[in-house]
Design a protein around this ligand. Structure first.
Ligand code: UFG
Length: 323
């Protein structure tokens, strides 16, 4: 019966569903559509419209599945500081229910969407899986708790699992799937350009080469493929690490992103400088060497392609893009 993708109607989850389909593996989706869209779920893929807090719906969705990719969750680090209990309910309470129901249904394989936010502000230029985790938001803490839940469920109940720590996920694997996050760089810049406003840079006095924050941008379709590789490895009973960083080893500054967006869109804008956004680390870039070794993780897309595919999807979205 294939793999259940929680959050499979969202920006990242819907790419994961397509990666499973491309690999010839059946997928089904459980999503409460709080930030996802049923139009993102391909025709023929079963969709359970429910929250993970609905135990009966989770139990029903798990019937006959081989494993779970757990993408669903509350993903806004900044907002989580104001709404910690909501974040913990969505990311921790919901995951406990999922793991209990998986245990009871005998579903023993799980690939978890974790986050670079587990690191907080790293004290190294290039983080590895050994770098200390010091999350700085309830969101980052909730993702780290998720990793602990898996470790403990593995030990107690035999769950086979791995956690994929996402860095800055951008781009689009197919123009139908766009990122509508109201808090992230690409959607905010595109929104400004589409509505005739000037994109903003939050801080140019960071300790980085051009003063703007440096991040490790990765293409969502490359990210999605790593989930399939992890699922196949779990299904084959091959050894797998508890955690992989899905980073590229190379960072781009906000200013470099703005320059690439200007080149790709052909819109001649000059970003406005604004004060720092609270909680932004100077730089966070990861080596993806462990994932390359075990999960065939490769960055197949360039920064130019990340921007051009994201921009194409944003333009194509038209009225489907949330106000
Ligand atoms: N930024 C701007 N202008 C904008 C929006 C963002 O300058 O209009 C800057 C931010 O200040 C930051 C950079 O662009 O320096 C990237 O910001 P994003 O919000 O796109 O991404 P973050 O690095 O803050 O967050 C991402 C994920 C989080 C995750 C985090 C872990 O979105 O979920 O990486 O590092 F927690």
């Amino acid at each position: 019966m294939g793999w259940l993708v929680t959050g499979g109607a969202g920006y990242i989850g819907s790419h994961v569903v397509r990666a499973f389909q491309a690999a010839g593996i059946e997928a089904s989706v459980l999503d409460d559509l709080s930030t996802g869209f049923d139009a993102f779920v391909p025709d023929g893929v079963p969709l359970t419209k429910a929250t993970l807090l609905d135990r009966d719906a989770v139990r029903a969705a798990l019937q006959g599945v081989d494993g779970v990719v757990h993408v669903a969750g509350f993903k806004y680090a900044g907002v989580s500081v104001q709404q910690p209990l909501h974040c913990y309910e969505q990311n921790v309470s919901a995951m406990v229910i999922l793991l209990q129901e998986m245990r009871d249904a005998g579903v023993d394989k799980l690939v978890f969407s974790s986050s670079a936010a587990t690191f907080g502000t790293p004290d190294v230029d290039l983080v590895t899986e050994q770098t200390a985790t010091r999350p700085e938001s309830p969101y980052g803490e909730s993702k780290l708790i998720g990793e602990w839940l898996l470790k403990d469920a593995g030990r107690a109940h035999g769950l086979q699992h791995t956690s994929l720590r996402y860095f800055n996920v951008v781009g689009s694997g197919t123009p139908e799937l766009f990122d509508a996050s109201p808090h992230n760089l690409f959607p905010l810049v595109f929104d400004a350009l589409v509505n005739g406003r000037t994109p903003k840079i939050f801080g140019d006095d960071y300790n980085t080469p051009d003063g703007t924050c440096v991040r490790d941008y990765i293409h969502v379709a490359d990210l999605a493929e790593a989930h399939v590789a992890a699922a196949l490895r779990l299904a084959a009973g091959e050894s797998i690490e508890p955690v992989y960083n899905l980073g590229s080893g190379a960072g781009s500054s906000v200013r470099q992103i703005m320059d690439t967006i200007r080149d790709v869109t052909g819109i001649p804008f000059e970003p406005e400088m604004h004060p720092r956004r609270p909680g932004d680390p100077d730089q966070i870039v990861a080596t993806g060497e462990l994932a390359a070794r075990d999960l065939d993780w490769q960055m197949r897309h360039t920064l130019q392609q990340m921007v051009s595919t994201a921009w194409e999807a944003r333009q194509k979205a038209g009225d489907a893009y949330p106000a």
